[in-house]
Write a new protein. Structure first.
Length: 285
C-alpha cells in the first residue's frame, strides 16, 4: 500500500472540497461578482477569449521563435548543419486570418476558472487542506481530467477528450490579461476553509522510457554481436540523454535567475494579497 495515499484527500473528498469552494458552480453569480464586478463584457478578463489582433500577432511571433529555438537545439544535438530560420508571421497574416467570435459569458468564465484552478492545484504546486493533507487532483493531464469530471459528473456520459481543455492551464492566455484577480478569488476561498498553498518553480524535464523490445521477445536467441551493437547504441543514447539533461538543467537555472529579475507571477502576487505573506517555496532557490 502506498503510505502517501493517507496524506491525500480522496476523490470524493476532493469533489466535496470543490463544492465548498464553488457552491454555485464555476460561473456562478458569486464568482462573477468577485472577478468581474462591472460585468463580464466590461471586464479586462474578457481579453482572455477576445484578444485584439495585435496581441494575437505577438503570440504568434513568440510561439514561432520558441519553435525555431527548439529546432536549432535539436539540430545542434544531432550534429546537423544549421539551416536558415523559417520566416516569422506578419501582422498582415494575422489580420487576414482573424475572425471575431461572439461573447459566451458562462462558457468563458467556466473555462477561465478551470484554467486558473489548474495553475493553482497542478503545475507542481500543492494545495494543503485544513487537516494537513494534500488536495491532489492529479498532475498535468490528470488535473485537467479531474476538473472536467467535476464539471460534467452530473451529466449523462463522459465528454471524452475534454480534459485537454484545461491541460497546461493558462499557458496560452496568461499574457492577455492580469489573472491575479481570479487567483485572489481562489485563494480567498481556500483561506476561508483553512487551506494553504505551496509554490514550486516550474521546470522543464525529460522522461526516458525504457525499450520494450526485450520484453516482447523473451524467447529470441541470444547473439553476442547483436548484444554488443545494442549495448553500444544504448551507451550512445544514454550519453545523448545526459547531454540533453545537462542543457535542461542549465536552462532551468537561467529561468530561475531570470524570474528573480521579474515581478512575481500572478499566483504569488494574489497569494500575498490574500494571506499577507509569501507562499512557501517563494522565492525559488
Amino acid at each position: 500500500m502506498d503510505t502517501r495515499q493517507g496524506k491525500r484527500l480522496t476523490d470524493p473528498e476532493l469533489h466535496a472540497l470543490f463544492d465548498e469552494l464553488f457552491p454555485h458552480g464555476f460561473a456562478g453569480a458569486d464568482v462573477l461578482a468577485e472577478i468581474a464586478p462591472e460585468g463580464w463584457e466590461h471586464s479586462p478578463l474578457l481579453a482572455c477569449f477576445h484578444p485584439p489582433v495585435e496581441r494575437l500577432f505577438e503570440e504568434r511571433v513568440m510561439i514561432h521563435r520558441n519553435l525555431e529555438e527548439w529546432r536549432r537545439l535539436g539540430l545542434r544535438r544531432r550534429g546537423t548543419t544549421p539551416v536558415d530560420p523559417r520566416p516569422e508571421p506578419t501582422l498582415e497574416d494575422v489580420r487576414r486570418e482573424y475572425e471575431p467570435t461572439p461573447v459566451n459569458e458562462e462558457e468563458e468564465v467556466t473555462e477561465l476558472l478551470g484554467l486558473c484552478l489548474w495553475d493553482t492545484f497542478s503545475d507542481n504546486h500543492d494545495v494543503i487542506a485544513a487537516d494537513g493533507r494534500v488536495a491532489d487532483i492529479g498532475s498535468f493531464r490528470g488535473a485537467g481530467a479531474f476538473l472536467d469530471e467535476h464539471l460534467t459528473r452530473d451529466q449523462d456520459g463522459w465528454r471524452e477528450g475534454d480534459y485537454l481543455g484545461f491541460y497546461l492551464g493558462t499557458i496560452w492566455i496568461s499574457r492577455r490579461a492580469d489573472l491575479a484577480p481570479v487567483y485572489a478569488m481562489i485563494f480567498r476561498r481556500l483561506k476561508a476553509l483553512g487551506a494553504d498553498w505551496v509554490y514550486h518553480f516550474p521546470e522543464v524535464g525529460i522522461v526516458e522510457l525504457a525499450s520494450a523490445k526485450d520484453a516482447d521477445n523473451p524467447d529470441k536467441p541470444y547473439s553476442v554481436s547483436e548484444s554488443a551493437v545494442a549495448e553500444l547504441k544504448a551507451q550512445q543514447r544514454r550519453a545523448e540523454v545526459e547531454r540533453f539533461r545537462a542543457e535542461l538543467r542549465e536552462a532551468n537555472a537561467r529561468a530561475r535567475e531570470a524570474a528573480m529579475d521579474q515581478p512575481p507571477p500572478a499566483t504569488v502576487r494574489a497569494y500575498r494579497q490574500v494571506y499577507g505573506r509569501d507562499p512557501r517555496g517563494w522565492p525559488p532557490v
